[in-house]
Write a protein that binds this ligand. Structure first.
Ligand code: 13P
Ligand code: SF4
Length: 347
């Protein structure tokens, strides 16, 4: 039964003590969050993993790229596990290293040495390594604006991947007009742009988050009509038009903190993943909060991590068996760390 499984997780946690560390992303289900040693957005979890030196076993409750990042930021002796290997990220899967190298070859043939890669942490370790060896840095949704600003102190243009929306939203906020942004289509291997290519400041990889693309301008308009006093807050993985139509946008941490600070009686429509929206609603009974999209928007891969998978991962550790270990090879780690460290130093 569920109660027995929960009891067993408590027992194992107690038995392993500080040897075990369970980081959980804000989008995880409550049945996982209750056991988390650290809850946060992707930046906070990366920092928590980098800081933790005593846990031998890190059972990462999030998606594959987060577990890879945790592995790269921890020591050789620490082992990172992902309770279900099917917990991937469709956005991270939209950029593979072969397409990326091909794009870089073409872009550098057009722009020479005037371009710097910036890679959202929602990407494979191989793309982070590509970024590191080409002088670029990683970004997360809570520091993307700062990192785009930094990138422009290094080079004239940026190549932002894999999330076109986060890239576009940040660059626009920094005053770069849409006319100076172009989208790189990895399938056709082409840059969609009309006019003089040398005017381009930002090249956006044609990737997106299918969860956040579920929020639309119509959703915002409906909320405006139905609840004129409601504040609309969305994640910057939402499309440009949606972010423009909303009142506020920011990372999952920004959303959590903003609602926390909001006065009792205020009303909010939130455009981000369903598990987090439901939790915020449950924790703020003094505020009126809805999901921006009536259908809610679940991240199916985040949801693959559930109580049975967590218990299975912990049981394997107790038995001393192998489990779903996430291990990035040494040379990839070395180059990816260049990009991650540039971010962590500035963040
Ligand atoms: P943050 O945790 O950086 O807000 O990103 C949200 C997300 O989509 C994670 O996959
Ligand atoms: Fe990937 Fe989007 Fe799910 Fe985050 S919410 S893990 S970006 S698919």
């Amino acid at each position: 039964s569920r109660e027995e499984m929960e009891q067993r997780v408590y027992e194992i946690k107690k038995q392993l003590g500080k040897e075990l560390f369970i980081p959980a992303h804000h989008y995880q289900k409550d049945e996982i969050i209750q056991f988390a040693d650290a809850i946060g957005d992707s930046l906070q979890l990366a920092q928590a993993a980098a800081k933790n030196k005593e846990a031998k076993h890190i059972v990462f409750c999030g998606v594959h790229f987060m577990a890879e990042t945790a592995d790269m930021l921890t020591t050789e002796e620490q082992i990172v596990y992902l309770p279900d290997l099917r917990a991937g990220c469709s956005m991270a899967d939209m950029a593979n290293i072969y397409q990326t190298e091909e794009a870089w070859e073409k872009l550098t043939s057009i722009f020479g040495d005037t371009i710097l890669p910036l890679t959202y942490v929602n990407s494979t370790a191989a793309i982070k390594a590509f970024t590191g060896r080409n002088g670029g840095a990683c970004v997360t949704s809570s520091n993307a604006k700062k990192m785009v600003e930094w990138a422009f102190t290094q080079k004239e243009r940026i190549f932002f991947l894999p999330d076109q929306h986060l890239g576009r939203n940040c660059a626009y906020e920094l005053g770069i007009p849409l006319e100076q942004m172009a989208v790189w289509d990895p399938i056709s291997g082409d840059l969609s742009y009309e006019g003089d290519l040398q005017n381009i400041k930002v090249i956006l990889w044609d990737g997106y988050c299918s969860v956040h693309q579920g929020f639309t301008v119509e959703n915002v308009q409906e909320v405006r009509k139905k609840y004129p006093d409601m504040t609309v807050i969305v994640h910057p993985e939402c499309a440009f038009e949606v972010v423009q139509a909303a009142d506020l946008s920011g990372s999952t941490k920004f959303i959590v903190d903003t609602i926390q600070k909001a006065p009792a009686g205020s009303s909010w429509a939130i455009g981000t993943e369903m598990n987090l929206v439901k939790r915020i609603i449950a924790e703020h009974k003094d505020k009126y909060i809805i999901c921006l999209n009536d259908n809610m928007c679940p991240c199916l891969t985040m949801n693959r991590i559930d109580l049975p998978h967590l218990l299975w991962a912990l049981d394997i550790i107790i038995k001393g068996e192998q489990g779903n270990v996430i291990k990035v090879d040494e040379s990839t780690t070395k180059e990816a760390l260049l990009a991650l460290d540039r971010m962590l130093q500035l963040a």
